[in-house]
Design a protein around this ligand. Sequence first.
Ligand SMILES: [Ca+2]
Ligand SMILES: [Ca+2]
Length: 285
Amino acid sequence: MRVLTALSAGCVAMSCGATTFGDSIANLTVDSGSSATVEIRLEVNVAIAGSGNDTATRNVGVTGLAGGTLKSEEPFTVIDIETLSLDLSNTSFGYEFFCVPFFGCAVSGDLAVADFNLGIAETLSGGIGKGGNVVFSEALFNPSFNFDVAISGVVNENLTGEFNDVAAQTFSCRVDAAKGVAFLDNFSIDTIVYDVDPTTLPSGVNSVRIIADVDLGGVSMTGAYVPEPEPCEGDFDGNNVVDGGDLGFLLAAFGSVDAGLDLDGSPGINGSDLGVFLAKFGPCP
Ligand SMILES: [Ca+2]
Ligand SMILES: [Ca+2]
């Protein structure tokens, strides 16, 4: 157990994960004052009046976080977005359906949207193109929100529920990373279409469809990025120095095959690995 623990510590020191030396880890937050324009079209079909639809638009504040990796060295050519969470302020929309000239509208609706979150369901990896533009096609997004629909008029019904879906869509943004500061803007996501589960609809309501277009043109994110530390080969126990403790691991594995301890790139731990090890003896660079 002790060896395994020590080796995993060495692995951290040597950056055995997805990132390699030269990659930079970036952590960003949504800039204050960021806002999104949310346009939601509500389509309803009620038993008495038939189908009607209306569209309403609101401007809402946006907060959130993102984390990722810029690859490989400056100027970066690839960005991996590992985490992204955009939270939209709670808001409500008013609708009027089945309007007849001179007689007014037969049915009105109110849609309250809360906890509207735009997140990703997996790491997005994309090449940074001209002007910093990145397009993530087939990005797995996970939008979610709670809704409360009140329909009044010839029918008076209330419906609450939660939308939470993962679907592939095209997501794009612009990346500007220089001098340790990463900046993202020009976000664009696809339309979200949600059909409320018909089995949850109140009597008298045949269907409710919520179609949300979120314009993230007013959203930007800023954060710092730092390069991954240079790997310290031979420092198996991760104490930042290649020393006798590490030699103990190497000698214990001598003659065996241990990819975690190999230093010369050939299978097996032998005198060649020992030679590389001794050349690195001392403090990590
Ligand atoms: Ca060590
Ligand atoms: Ca070897």
